[in-house]
Design a protein around this ligand. Sequence first.
Ligand SMILES: Nc1ncnc2c1ncn2[C@@H]1O[C@H](COP(=O)(O)OP(=O)(O)OP(=O)(O)O)[C@@H](O)[C@H]1O
Ligand SMILES: [Mg+2]
Length: 512
Amino acid sequence: MATLTNDLRVWLDKSRERITAVTLEPRLDQIGRVAQVGDGVATVTGLPGTRLDELLIFDGGVRGLAVDLDERIIGCVLLDSDAGIAAGSPVHGTGEVARTPIGAELLGRVVDPLGMPLDGGAAVVTENYSPVEQPAPAIVDRALVTHPLATGLLVVDAMIPLGRGQRELIIGDRGTGKTAIAVDTMINQRSSDVICIYAGVGQKASSIAQVIDAVRHYGAPERCCFVIGEADAPPGLQWLTPYSACTIAEHFMAQGRDTLLVIDDLTKHAAAYRQVSLLLRRPPGREAYPGDIFYIHSRLLERAAKLGPERGGGSLTALPIAETQAGNISAYIPTNLISITDGQIYLDPRLFYEDQKPAVDVGKSISRVGGKTQAPVLQALSESLRLEYAQFLELEVFTRFGTMVDERTRKIIEHGRRIRAVLRQPQFAPLALGEQVALLFAVSKGVLDDLPLDRVDDYRAALHEWLAERCSEALALDDQAAAMAPELEERLVAVLIALARSLGSQPMSAQA
Ligand SMILES: Nc1ncnc2c1ncn2[C@@H]1O[C@H](COP(=O)(O)OP(=O)(O)OP(=O)(O)O)[C@@H](O)[C@H]1O
Ligand SMILES: [Mg+2]
C-alpha cells in the first residue's frame, strides 16, 4: 500500500513538472467554410489570408488548391475525391503552396503529383520538397543545345534528330503510336545516363500499366520515375501532374544531369484544365478553353532547358504529346503546342495502317534545334537520305496509277522503297548508333537494292549479331565519332553485302 502511494506521488510530481513546462500561447487558426462543392472544385469563404496556389485541407484530409482569389470567395481545385465534403464543413489553410518530394528516392517509383506512392511501395521519404510551379531558367543561365538525345528510332535519329534540352512535340491521331515513340526513347536511355520522368495525364490505368511494364522489362527503370494523374483521378490532380513531373526532373537537371520529361499527353491536360476552369465559372474563350490556356503550356515547356556550365551544365529535354482529331494539326491546342515547341514529330494514321511503323511523316516533321547536335557520322549519311526519300515519295505517286516508267525512275523508286523499309522499326528494339550508321550505309551504297523488300526486316534484325562477329568497330561508334576511316568503310560495305547475300540467296538462313 505504501509503495502504491509512493508511486502515485512520483507520478503526480512528474506530471506536474511536465504541465508547468508546457508554455501556453494563444494560436490564431483561420478556419474557412465550404460554400459549394462538386465535380472536383469547391468554393470557400472565410479564409482572407490565402495565397494563390496555397494548399487547403478540407474535412477528412482532402487536399485542395486555391486557384481563384476573390475578395470574399476562394475558388479551389480539389486534389482528392470530394466525397465526404459538404457545404458548411471547415477548411484549413496550410500557408504552403503545392509541393512535391524531389530526390533520388523517387527513381524507380510510381507516384502521384504530390509524391504519394501508387506502386504499392513504402511512402516516398526525401530530404527536400519543391513547389510544383517554378520559374523557367533565365536566358543567361542557358547554353546552346549541343548534345544529341538518341531515341534509338532510325527515322527520328536520322531525319528529325533531337538535342538534349530541346522541346519536341509528338503529335498525331488516336492510336498512331505516339506513346510508343516516347516509350522507345525512354527505353533507349538504358545505354545512356539520362534520367527519364514520365508524366501520365488523363491516360487509362491500363495504358499507364503497359508503359511502366515496357520500361521495367526493356529499359533502365532504376533511372525512371512515373508521375501519374490517370483518367479517373480528380481533374485538379491531372492538371498538376506535368508541373510536378517537371519539378522532379529539374532537381536532377540542377545537379548537372541530363533528363528527359515525357508528357503524355497535353491535349488531355488542356481538357482537364478547361473542365476546372468552366466549373469555376471563368469566362470561356475559343473552343471553351479559358484565356490562359496558352500560358499554362508555355510556362511548363519553357522550363525545358540546357543549362550553362556555371549552372552545372544539366539539361531537361521535353517530349510533350498532343492528340489531333482526323489529322487536324491546325486545331487550337495543336497549333499552340507547335508554336511553343522546337519542332514536331508528326504521326500519320495512313502510314500507320499501311504498317509503316513508326508512322512518322517525314515531310511534316521537323526538329529546329537537334540538327546541329546530330553525330557527325550520322549527319553525313542522313543528308542525302532525306533528299532521296522526298524524291521517291513524289515519284511514287505517279506509279500508283500504273504509269510506265523508264529504267532510271524505276531504280529510284526501288531504292526509295528500301529506304522506307529501313525506316520501319518494331517497338522495344532501339538501334545503337553503330547499327543506325550501318543500316544507312547499306542503303546509301545500294547494298539493299537487290534484296527482296520483305527481307529488309530480317536484315535489320540480324544486323547486330552479324556486325558483332565481323565488324565490331562499327558497332562501337559513338556520337563524337567523325567520318569513318576509309579502311573501316570498305570492310563495313563488304560485311553488309555478305549479310544481304546470305538473306537474298538462302532465305531460310536469315537468323543463322
Ligand atoms: N513501331 C511499332 N511497331 C509495331 N507496333 C507499334 C509500333 N508503334 C506502335 N505500335 C502499336 O500501335 C498501337 C498504338 O500505339 P500507342 O498506344 O503508342 O499509340 P498512341 O498514339 O499513344 O495511342 P493513344 O492515342 O490511345 O494514346 C499499340 O498497340 C502499339 O503496340
Ligand atoms: Mg498514347
